[in-house]
Design a protein around this ligand. Sequence first.
Ligand code: IPE
Ligand code: IPE
Ligand code: MG
Length: 235
Amino acid sequence: MSEKTNETGATPVLRHVAFIMDGNGRWAKKRGLPREHGHAFGVKAFRAIVDHCGRLGLEAATFYAFSTENWKRPPREVNAIMKLMDTYLGECEKKLDQYEFRICFLGDKSAFDDKRRGRMERLEALTRDRTRILNIALNYGGRSELVTACNRLLAAGKKNVTEAELNAALYTAASPDPDLIIRTGGDLRISNFLLWQAAYAELYFTDVLWPDFGPAELDAAIAEYYTRKRRFGGV
Ligand code: IPE
Ligand code: IPE
Ligand code: MG
């Protein structure tokens, strides 16, 4: 069993919620707008949910913003997402004192230019001493994360590894395992998200499209989470 698995009795503890923010494109299409507009409204929803996670006192919140497979999209859409990302990074820099979270970016930053990567690294460094974690998965894939972790361990001379060592080599090393993974947009899959960390996560799927997902929808997901019986393989 992973050291980070959150094993509890009947009432599950909620330390970490992770979000697959899906449905931006369909939200825009329904309104006759280009897909990029859906992403812009998706960022608004993201901000509101980050604030709500702060109010809920979660130890960690993780947001899947851009996958290793999302580069396959048309350049116009990818560029629009990168622009939104840059705006958000600038906003974080400016309001750093108002943000209570330690910011961690999950994913391979080498795909980004020096300027963007520099900003991401600066935000991580400036918030490193904070305890509560905001993970933003950008150019993230669960398979790529596992391969990167294996290569790190091999480069460190390891010939055998324990679960704890593999855990510590992942992008999420600082976070507990997710207790609850929420996917909006109606699709019932995990799309290469937190493959290792999700081992015993509770999964919650909703048809609500991400730009429409607000604090009330998160509260409903959490209320359902508290009705679940987590057994972690036990009885
Ligand atoms: C999720 O929304 C955001 C990203 C993957 C960047 P989508 O863009 O996948 O929206 P749909 O699934 O096409 O509606
Ligand atoms: C998952 O959504 C990735 C993110 C939310 C960033 P996708 O829209 O890329 O997933 P698929 O293609 O429907 O599996
Ligand atoms: Mg999608």
